[in-house]
Design a protein around this ligand. Sequence first.
Ligand code: CA
Ligand code: CA
Ligand code: CA
Ligand code: CA
Length: 445
Amino acid sequence: MRIPLLTALLALPLASSALATRYYVDADAAPGGDGLAWASAFDSLDDALEIITSGDRIWLAEGTYVPSIRRNAKQPRSVTFYIPAGVHIHGGFDGTEMTFGQRAGLFSTTILDGELGAPGPHDNAWHVVNVEHPSGIPPGGNRLTGMVIQNGNALDADGKSNGQGGGVLSFNVALRLQDVQVRHNAARNGAGVHAQPASLTLIDTWIHHNRALNNGGGLWGQAINIKAFNTRISHNSAGARGGGAYMHSMAGFEAVLYAGCVFHDNFAERGGGIFVGGGEFASGAAVLRNCTFAYNSASVRGGGIQANTAPTFHARVWLYNSIVWANRAPIDASPGAGGRMIVEHSNVQDVYYSPTFGNMSTDPLFVDAAARDLRLLSGSPSVDSGSNELIARDQKDLDGDGDFQEPMPFDIDGEARRSDDPGTPDTGTGSAPIVDMGAYEVQGV
Ligand SMILES: [Ca+2]
Ligand SMILES: [Ca+2]
Ligand SMILES: [Ca+2]
Ligand SMILES: [Ca+2]
């Protein structure tokens, strides 16, 4: 009997979900487990990745995991955690949980580590994590949550590596990183995360201390949808452009969105915090909502933000409800000129944007700038002075209430995104409580 095409198509996802398997991995487990329960967990992540298929999940207990499977048999440094299509890996378990909700939250001690051979990066894995699907973007996406990705080094002296993505190299994938730290990686471009066509979502993630010789110390993205929520990008550097992040050739409003993000202490030649590229064929564009850029620096231009001037299409940056303060550069210390900046309800040092649109240039009064506590003191001009309408939508439903259209419910601390500080007059737009500028909300009584 012939099966109608529609029925066959409908059966596909059912079949795959019915067969989906959850594998358990625990560095402390005895060798030889089957991976089907904590009691018989695999002791290596590679054991699970070798047999896993689309739709499967891995629960990863705390511990340090070093990749051992080479993508190129002749190259010892090609070992990587290659994540197949449709697979999600959740870290941070203590190895006893029965439900996801019980997850112990050991995110900072669940570590995917590219450290190989002698101490130091020169002989480390080129890419700690590799997620690429050359024949198109498969359904289901890939997710990595609750872990640290560190010590990848995509640079090598003889040029065998492609030089991109020391921490995470991704291509043709819808990838989400949530509660992840990406740190101490190196590459030519995109030392922390290198992402090319497809989509990248960052939630509650921290990308720090990554170093690119060329562009994109923390993050490099081209022709890609990037959405970052409540994410911190700090202490990254790039030899040329985009110490924190380098975004190139992205067209369309909110194709690139950073919401509730902090960029601090990043360094580059141009665009210490973020560099948004324009180009010959398309205009780079980024929308920054409730972001804080502080203490970034550039040796040439654009300490906090550089929107590039390009031969054909100038880059565009929309800066809403944001703070750009205490960045340094010989030219354009805060936002670089050149490309177009559309600025509303923001506090930008040394640059005049019309107060008609709620802008100011007044010390935002960080709680402890020296210690990089970039929360705001009560009475700060940036408290209760944003626009409620300019808050990002809760596109990833961070509070799990099924409402993706409401304003983001949380600030970067996981506290209320809108709260009234009784000690500060409301000078912003909307009905109380009024959102603050920047990534942090002063929590009222
Ligand atoms: Ca090493
Ligand atoms: Ca407020
Ligand atoms: Ca929601
Ligand atoms: Ca108030």
